[in-house]
Each structure stands twice: as structure tokens, then as C-alpha cells.
Design a protein around this ligand. Structure first.
Ligand code: M6R
Length: 365
């Protein structure tokens, strides 16, 4: 059932091109219209919405961070994000003009479900992004977007994340075009780029050797830091979570601009830093951050878009992702981070699919 792979996690990493395609294709017709069958939100409903709240846990929360960026950018609605375990306890401002989006692979996460119920009780319109048809979260939501990732067995979430990203982009684009906050031209560009992602992910996955070699050398670190700016920071958080949950190496992700406000004190000779530098408008700033940590002895693996070769001067090693528009890089840039975490865990001999202390679905609060 693992299809020749040693662990489900690797199999699921490799299923991503297909999962992305299956989540995307049925939602986009030949004329580039987005068809979201289980989302009944009309143009009139949307006009009422003055705030979006995205709530989730773990990896799904990280997808929510990218979702916030996409909705603010394409639909021009202010978005708040929260981890579900915190949401209820801060008495959040939620009312009938709020669109609440719960993201959950399993659709059964207790904290996310409780947050959804709270938002609903306060009158919010509730949307779910989930991978499991008929799950509790899908049943209690007003609108549902199903990610068609297929069953995800490994505790570490991979294809669920990339398909959640696709869901958030489609939701954001759909809102944007309905509200008229995105130009037709930009809308088409983003959709066409989205459609090109499965093939680009495929290409990226053909070449895992460099990453495997890096993992074989870097599996003994005590601490790993992930840095990035903008949506690269959100992807860094996901990369960091992946590494810690399956390899048991302490790691943290930080917005690169925050380094000098404290965390840089921990960078010393040989510290591994994974630097995401995929955003054109933030590229130079990232290169300076890379130089900053290298000046303190860090070993830097950078992730950059093909063609951005200046990264080679700044970092020790550069992993390239196929070129795409800046808004969509998370779908590709997370892949090398997943593969890296996977091979580090394999090198350390952990139980990759069932890491200690973790459950696939957290059904207690
Ligand atoms: O099923 P859910 O998406 O609600 O699960 C949320 C988190 O428990 C989950 O993403 C967790 O963080 C994963 N183990 C991460 O790989």
C-alpha cells in the first residue's frame, strides 16, 4: 500500500502534483471560471462581509497564513488568523459580517471544531476547508471546500497542506472576481499559473538528490532556524514544524527581519539556517539577512526561484524551485522543505510516519 515507498510520508510528498491537480481542475472551467459547488456565498453575501477570520491548527494554520495573504491581496478584505486553541479564549470580535474559515485536513480536530461552533454562535458565516467528506467540521459549516488530496496517512501533513493552499487561492480569487477587487487580467494570470503548478511540482520532485545529500550531512544539528519574509516566512514555519515533528530536532521559524531583535544571538559557528528567498520584492533584503547569519558562522541553505542566482553568492547551497509568480511560490517552496525533513528523519532512524507523542487527528482540546 506504500507503493514501493519506505514510508507513507514520502509517498504522499510524491502524490502532490496529482493532489494539486485534482483539487484544482474540477474547480476551473475552460473559460477560467471558478466553480465552487459547496460554497453558496453570493455576491450579496460577500458585500456584507467586512472581515475574514481564518482559524486552524498546526499545518492547516500555516496554510491559513498564506490564505490571509491571498484574500487580502485578491479580495481586499481584512483577514485575521488564529490558532484554534487560542481563538475562543480571547473573546474575538466575530459577528454576522464575519466570514469564518476553518481549515482542517481531518475535519475532526477538537479545537478547530470548537472554534467553528463559537463563531457560528456569534452569527458568523462559516466555511470549512477540509479533506474528509462528511467529517464533523464539514457537516457543521455553511460552505465547504473539499481538498481532493486523497487519504493522508503519515502524521506529518504534506499533500493536505499544498492542496489547502490551492483551496485558499481559489477562494480568494473567487471572492476577488465577485467583488471586482482583482483585474480580469491578474485573475487570469494567477489561474494560469495555478494550472502550471502540478507540472512544476513534478519537475521539482524529480530532483531530490541534492536535498537528500544535504540531509545526510545535516542530520546531527541541535537547532535549525528557518527564516523568510512575507509568505516565505509562513512557509518557513511549515518547514520548521515538519522537521521538528519527525526528526525531533529543535527548530524554529522566524521572520527574517526579526532576527536582529533577539534570535540572531543563537546563531553560531555551524548553525543550520534555511533561508527562503523566493519573493522578488524582498529578495535583496533576504540576501542581507543571509549575509548577516553567515557572518556569524551559520551554514545557509537557501531556497530561491530558478534564475535568481545571486543567492549562490550569499548562501552555502541554493535549492531552486521552478519559476512562478510570487503569490504562488509556497506551493513549490514547501516541497524541498518536506523532502529535507523527511531525509533528516530517515537519517536519524525515527519512526517517520508515526512520530512519538503525536496523533494524526487531535480530537481532544
Ligand atoms: O486535521 P487537521 O488539519 O485539523 O490537523 C491539524 C494539525 O493537527 C496537523 O496539521 C498537525 O500539525 C500535523 N501533524 C502537521 O504535520
Amino acid at each position: 500500500e506504500k507503493g514501493g515507498y519506505e514510508y507513507f510520508m514520502l509517498k504522499e510528498i510524491y502524490e502532490q502534483p496529482k493532489a494539486i491537480k485534482e483539487t484544482l481542475s474540477p474547480r476551473v472551467d475552460k473559460e477560467n471560471h471558478i466553480v465552487l459547488d459547496d460554497i453558496k456565498l453570493t455576491k450579496e453575501d460577500l458585500e456584507k462581509i467586512n472581515k475574514v477570520m481564518i482559524v486552524a491548527c498546526g499545518t492547516a494554520y500555516h496554510a491559513g497564513l498564506v490564505g490571509r495573504y491571498a484574500i487580502e491581496k485578491f479580495a481586499k478584505i481584512p483577514v485575521e488568523t488564529d490558532v484554534a486553541s487560542e481563538f475562543r479564549y480571547r473573546d474575538p470580535f466575530v459577528d454576522e459580517n464575519t466570514l469564518f474559515i476553518a481549515i482542517s485536513q481531518s475535519g475532526e480536530t477538537a479545537d478547530t471544531l470548537a472554534a467553528l461552533r463559537e463563531a457560528k454562535a456569534k452569527g458568523a458565516r462559516v466555511m470549512a476547508v477540509t479533506n474528509v467528506v462528511g467529517s464533523r467540521i464539514s457537516r457543521e459549516a455553511d460552505d465547504v471546500f473539499y481538498t481532493w488530496a486523497g487519504p493522508e496517512i503519515a502524521v506529518a501533513s504534506t499533500k493536505a497542506y499544498t492542496t489547502q493552499l490551492i483551496a485558499m487561492y481559489l477562494i480568494a480569487l473567487n471572492m476577488g472576481i465577485k467583488k471586482g477587487t482583482i483585474s480580469k487580467e491578474k485573475y487570469n494570470t494567477v489561474l494560469n499559473e495555478l494550472k502550471a503548478l502540478p507540472q512544476k511540482a513534478e519537475k521539482l520532485l524529480e530532483n531530490k538528490q541534492l536535498i537528500q545529500e544535504l540531509a545526510d550531512k545535516q542530520f546531527n544539528n541541535q537547532n535549525v532556524f528557518y527564516i523568510g519574509r512575507g509568505i516565505d516566512d509562513h512557509v518557513g514555519r511549515e518547514g520548521s514544524l515538519k522537521l521538528k515533528e519527525i526528526s525531533y530536532i529543535h527548530s524554529e521559524a522566524i521572520a527574517a527581519g526579526e532576527l536582529k531583535h533577539g534570535t540572531i544571538a543563537l546563531i553560531e559557528e555551524g548553525t543550520l539556517v534555511v533561508a527562503l528567498a523566493t519573493q522578488d520584492h524582498l529578495y535583496d533584503k533576504m540576501l542581507s539577512n543571509i549575509q548577516e547569519v553567515r557572518a556569524r558562522g551559520a551554514y545557509v541553505i537557501a531556497v530561491a526561484k530558478e534564475g535568481n542566482e545571486e543567492a549562490e553568492k550569499a548562501a552555502d547551497v541554493v535549492i531552486y524551485i521552478p519559476d512562478t509568480i510570487d503569490e504562488l511560490t509556497p506551493v513549490l517552496s514547501v516541497i524541498p522543505l518536506q523532502v529535507f525533513a523527511y531525509y533528516v528523519a530517515v537519517a536519524r532512524g525515527t519512526d517517520v510516519d508515526k512520530p512519538k507523542n503525536l496523533a494524526k487527528s487531535v480530537t481532544v482540546e
